[in-house]
Design a protein around this ligand. Sequence first.
Ligand code: HEM
Length: 337
Amino acid sequence: MASTFSKVLLAGLTAFFLSVSLLAPPAAAQAPASVNPTAQSVKEQQLLDALKPGQALSGRASIPNKNAATLIQPGRDWRAYNQETLPRLAAIAVLGALAALVLFYLLRGKIMIDAGRSTMRILRFGAIDRFVHWLTATSFLTLALTGANVTFGKTLLAPIMGAEAFAAWAGFAKLIHNYVGFAFMAGVALTFLIWVKDNIPNMIDVKWFAAGGGLLSKGSHPPAKRFNGGQKIVFWSVVLGGAFMSISGWHLLFPTNEGLAEVQWHATIHGTLAFVMLALILAHIYIGSVGMEGAFDAMGSGEVDLNWAKEHHSLWVKEEQARKGTSRISGAAQPAE
Ligand code: HEM
């Protein structure tokens, strides 16, 4: 009797616990924040639910590349910045710079040599100066075009070229970008070495800026040595901006030993600074070519008109005239008036 009772009791308890365990929700569906991807087999949605902003879901990796252990990285903010915010900022910077230049041209016109061209010329930049300038300039412009393709290509070019042609071009552009980066790094380093002595800021620059650089009104020419205040801004922007572009670019080229968050930071700095530099360089190109009579010669033949030099770099001309040894001034002397 007692044994029959205990058998019934045992069967009843077994049935009860069995039904309770079947009714209970599966453990994996509870508390997504406690998901451990290396201990449990989980569904992708659970991993996504467990991911708080800025967090990564990582497990363990026995190979040297620790990034391989990251199942899901914090990248939504980064993606939103790169795909939405950066293109907007870049468009504002580049179109804003172009609009400002058009406005400047309409208000001021081309800056002419006030005294007219002379018959004499003065050597402004020798072969080494010009080689370094054009190495930096051509590599920068190549990088700007191939880099802008990353930010704008998919939106602007892909619809025109078609997906396949765009994919081929984008792959080629990336390759060019990676290699030309080294030429730019060399150009920036050489620019620093050959021109730093003439680009230390001083009080002459303060006076130059106070006079608006003589750019705003005809006939006003504040004194300047070899480089004026505005050119020193260009120089330091190229050197410091170029250094930051080079460091961040290097980390993007060789990212194997760092975390993904670091790589994202380098990509953000690289993309943002690129467009700031491009906006400034557009102004530089304008003033060094169509915006100012006689300016391009400095980087073309290397010799500039003496009157141009006297108007824009009066103190430098005096230094050159006082130089002993070979004169850098050539051409027929002007008849006395
Ligand atoms: C087609 C494009 C360009 C033209 C026509 C141009 C023209 C010039 C000219 C004429 C000068 C000498 C100005 C003077 O005699 O005082 C100069 C200087 C200079 N350029 Fe360029 N340039 C171009 C692109 C670039 C680029 C892309 C960079 C760098 C990313 C650059 C960096 C510099 C620097 C650092 C100087 C010395 C500082 C200054 O004069 O502003 N240039 N450029």
